[in-house]
Design a protein around this ligand. Structure first.
Ligand code: G
Ligand code: G
Ligand code: MN
Ligand code: NA
Length: 253
């Protein structure tokens, strides 16, 4: 079987599942959501990482069914947490091609309705490359998503192409600072300068700034002092299986 056929089967058979990485408010440490990260339990290869299969999906027309699958699974889990008394907003990574398809907002609307959740509990993380490839179409799809009431986040901010001018025309809610700037900001003056500039940019546009790749207390403190709103990274928690999230939340409460 080719990788593509296997991945198609994996989506159809439910061999993909999600881990969830917690995020916390930088100033209080209160947990404010989780990012869903796809995993593939392959029958013979074992656990396959997303860096291996997301590109295969992107290049072979499978990213839309995969993204729908991930949103469906994340919302089902979000609903289960809600029923257990925990309101946990979920973020999902959206493959670039989804933003070029006019039906995508309708698909998301159906999934939210099916799970009976408020749209504000879903954040969609998009990457700059999707917008650059066809800005007019992407902005139209993003407008449709905004109208649903879901939150929009620009992932890996600053690593793509020209990333600033379209902030004027798009209504996004959140900027994710890429971990390549964050992790070593306490020892690298250049990284620190970039993080401070991006946090200021986010603030001036009224966006929530989320730093990923926070691996130690000093970095968390520096981010809080810089005015960053939310932190995510191994220092708070690695991505967790769904069944470990509630006990992790309980231990912190
Ligand atoms: O979890 P991990 O660090 O291995 O993720 C590696 C990369 O794969 C990250 O950049 C993440 O954005 C991406 N990724 C993880 N899950 C998904 C997913 O469900 N959809 C898309 N499009 N990308 C994902
Ligand atoms: O591109 P995206 O932001 O979706 O990537 C998330 C990926 O980053 C996940 O695969 C996760 O495993 C990884 N990750 C999460 N926290 C940390 C961290 O603190 N350090 C490093 N090096 N990687 C992290
Ligand atoms: Mn992400
Ligand atoms: Na990222």
């Amino acid at each position: 079987l080719t990788a593509v056929t296997e991945l198609r089967h994996a989506i159809d058979r439910g061999e993909l599942f999600l881990h969830y990485q917690p995020k916390a408010l930088a100033d209080t440490g209160a947990v404010c959501g989780v990012e869903a990260l796809a995993r593939w339990q392959h029958p013979t290869r074992g656990l396959v990482r997303p860096d291996e299969f997301i590109p295969v999906a992107e290049e072979n027309g499978l990213i839309e069914p995969l993204t729908r699958y991930v949103i469906d699974a994340a919302l089902r889990q979000c609903r289960a947490w809600q029923d257990a008394g925990w309101e946990v907003p979920v973020s999902v990574n959206v493959g670039a091609a989804c933003l070029l398809h006019a039906e995508f907002p309708g698909d998301v609307a159906d999934l939210i309705k099916r799970h009976g959740l408020p749209a504000r509990l879903l954040t969609l993380e998009i990457t700059e490359s999707a917008i650059i490839s066809d800005p007019d179409r992407a902005v139209e799809v993003l407008r449709g998503l905004t109208e649903l009431g879901v939150r929009l986040s620009i992932d890996d901010f600053g690593t793509g192409y020209s990333s600033i001018s379209y902030l004027r025309s798009m209504r996004v809610h959140e900027m994710k600072l890429d971990r390549s700037f964050v992790t070593h900001m306490c020892t690298d003056a250049g990284d620190s300068a970039i993080v401070h500039a991006l946090v200021a940019l986010a603030r001036n546009f009224g966006l929530q700034a989320v730093a990923e790749g926070v691996e130690d207390q000093d970095t968390w403190t520096a981010l809080a002092e810089a005015g960053c709103d939310v932190v995510q990274g191994y220092f708070l928690s690695e991505p967790l299986p769904a069944e470990e999230v509630v006990s992790w939340l309980g231990d912190r409460a």
